[in-house]
Design a protein around this ligand. Structure first.
Ligand SMILES: Cc1ncc(COP(=O)(O)O)c(C=O)c1O
Length: 405
């Protein structure tokens, strides 16, 4: 049972409502827990062992062993699938584990070539180049905002999968997912979209034709900086393959983390709306600051992908990351600026209720060579601000005093 008394209408309800209710209230005998408990048991048995056999054979629903599924994870997976308009999902121990699982599933019966966006999270580039490439999965990087380059690369390399981020880390490029999905489909390739920065409140890639959506649950969906997790959402054609791979490879999320993620997701739309509004205010303020060289934010009419944002994003929601370059500052001055914050937390991660500042050259993209970073436009004076839910005046006043140091 998904919604007490409202089962038949559950999937018609708005995303904000589903975030609060979907997955919860599974009946246990005559009583119903209002929120999903943490099921720590690794193994499950049935009154009749023939039923356990049916569960193993997928002929009857139910848990048998926690690596194969567990009621807490099942509830979280039902919730995330609903938010992302997927047929099913698999909760993983981190965003990177989820991405690896999605890539493995996408390439199961396809050419082991990935066409990947040049603008990606640093650890994703490292996974592609340093882990997958030596194991025989070739990656070709392309600018996904250059549609003719994408078409040419598909024709030349015949990739089995395409990989992009809805809002790229850290320069916030937005690719035309619907058009890329159509090209992938025509070529018989699977489109994997890392939607961590955007969340299903802003865009739902499966509705636009993507086959796999990946999230770092660590970020906006959980939102409180206290759980590391990831999730792969997919369509009905691929969910069994994802589940079977997870059984074999074991990247699954623990039930404590699944509980925390689910608890976080209940408030994610409300947090995200506030964070997006705060980020707009901060981006506009930074754009007029004399110490700031350049601001990257998708609401900017001069953003290179402004037309795509207008076409694909939910109205007035542009994400809550603001990246900016500080005039004439090198690494030492950037460190001094970060040390000067009184409210903003100079730590790695994003999407939490707290405002956090990250220095991409030191954290998210540190594994890339300085040359590679420069090629991507990630300069040594670039900062990435994850705007939280605090009073926006306090965030701005802290940025202002630190920018004067
Ligand atoms: C866009 C993006 N994808 C994936 C990840 C990886 O997530 P996790 O740290 O949960 O493995 C991150 C982490 O910052 C990210 O920014």
């Amino acid at each position: 049972m998904a919604f007490a008394g409202n089962e038949s209408k559950a999937e018609e309800m708005k995303l904000n409502t589903r975030a609060v209710h979907t997955g919860d209230r599974k009946r246990s005998g005559s009583w119903v827990p209002v929120t999903t408990p943490i099921h720590t048991a690794v193994s499950y048995f049935y009154d009749d062992t023939a039923d356990l056999e049916r569960v193993f054979a997928n002929e009857m629903p139910g848990p048998n062993y926690s690596r194969h599924g567990n009621p807490t994870n099942d509830a979280l997976e039902e919730l995330v699938s609903s938010l992302e308009s997927g047929a099913g999902s698999l909760a993983c121990s981190s965003g990177m584990a989820a991405l690896n699982l999605a890539i493995t599933a996408a390439l199961l019966d396809r050419r082991r070539v990935i066409l990947a966006a040049t603008a990606l999270y640093g650890a994703t580039i490292s996974m592609l180049m340093k882990v997958l490439e030596p194991s025989g999965i070739e990656t070709v990087f392309v600018d996904f905002n250059d549609e003719s380059a994408v078409a040419a690369a598909i024709a030349e390399h015949k990739p089995g999968a395409l990989l992009l981020e809805t809002i790229s880390n850290p320069l916030l490029r937005v690719a035309p997912i619907d058009r890329i999905a159509a090209m992938a489909k025509e070529a018989g390739a699977q489109l994997i979209v890392d939607s961590t920065f955007a969340t299903p409140l802003i865009i739902r890639p499966i509705e636009l034709g993507a086959t796999f959506v990946v999230h770092s649950l660590t970020k906006y969906l959980s939102g409180h900086g206290d759980v590391l997790g990831g999730v792969v959402v997919t369509d009905s054609a691929n969910i069994e393959a994802v589940r079977n791979l997870a059984k074999a490879l074991g990247p699954v999320l623990g039930p404590f983390e699944a509980y925390l993620a689910m608890r976080g997701i209940k408030t994610f739309p409300v947090r995200m709306e506030r964070q997006c509004a705060n980020a707009c205010r901060v981006a506009n303020w930074l754009a007029t600051h004399p110490a700031v060289e350049r601001v990257y934010f998708p609401s900017d009419p001069a953003h290179p992908d402004a037309a795509i944002v207008k076409r694909l994003f939910a109205p007035n929601l542009y994400g809550a990351i603001v990246s900016f370059e500080v005039k004439g500052k090198g690494r030492d001055e950037i460190f001094r600026l970060m040390n000067a914050f009184r409210l903003v937390i100079p730590a790695t991660s994003l999407g939490d209720v707290q405002t956090m500042m990250s220095y991409s050259a030191m954290s998210s993209h540190r594994e890339l060579s300085p040359k590679h970073r420069a090629r991507l436009g990630i300069n040594d004076n670039l900062l990435r601000l994850s705007v939280g839910i605090e009073a926006v005046e306090d965030i701005i006043s802290d940025l202002d005093q630190a920018l004067k140091v």
